[in-house]
Design a protein around this ligand. Sequence first.
Ligand SMILES: [Zn+2]
Length: 178
Amino acid sequence: MTDTDRFDDDSTAIDREPTRERVSVPTEIELPRLLDFYELQTDNHTRIHAFYDNLREGRLTTTRCLDCEEIHFPPRIVCPECTGDDLEYVDLPHEGELYAFSAVRGGLPIGLREHDVPYVVAVVDLGPVRLSARVDGATHDDLEIGDPVTLKIVEIDGPTDEERVFYRFEPVPDGDSA
Ligand SMILES: [Zn+2]
C-alpha cells in the first residue's frame, strides 16, 4: 500500500480520538542558578580559585607569567602571550581611573529587571591592566573619564552554600584621592 492509497481507503479512517493529556508549565523558574552570573569559586569548580580566595581576603590579584612577565586580566591558567603555564599571582592596585563608562538601563533578564537599573559599568585603568567592572555609588551623570575609583568587594547572596565574592569599583570619596 502506498501513502496515497491510505488516504483513499475508508477502512483505515480514523475511528479513535487521539490520546490527550494536560501538561503544565512552571509558574516559577526552579533552576536555582539560571540567573546566577557569578562563577562558582572553589577549587573543584574553577582553576582560578586563588583569585577569589585573595579577593575574599580583600586583595585584588591576577596572574603574571614567570616566563615572559606578561600580566593578564582576568587571571589565566596558561599565558596567552607565550603559552607558558608557570604563572604567579600578583597584587593589583586597588585604585585606578575611569577609562570608559556607560550605564545599563534595561535589557536585563526577567527577575533582574527591577533589581537596580540603571547602573554604571566601566573600564577601569589600574595601570598594569584595564578591566571592566560595575561602578557603584554614582550615576552616569556623576562621572567623568579619568575620575579616580577604588575597589569595592561585594559578597554574593546567592543560591549556593559557598561564600562568594566579586569585585566592583566606587568613586574615591572627595578629598581622599591620592
Ligand atoms: Zn608568558
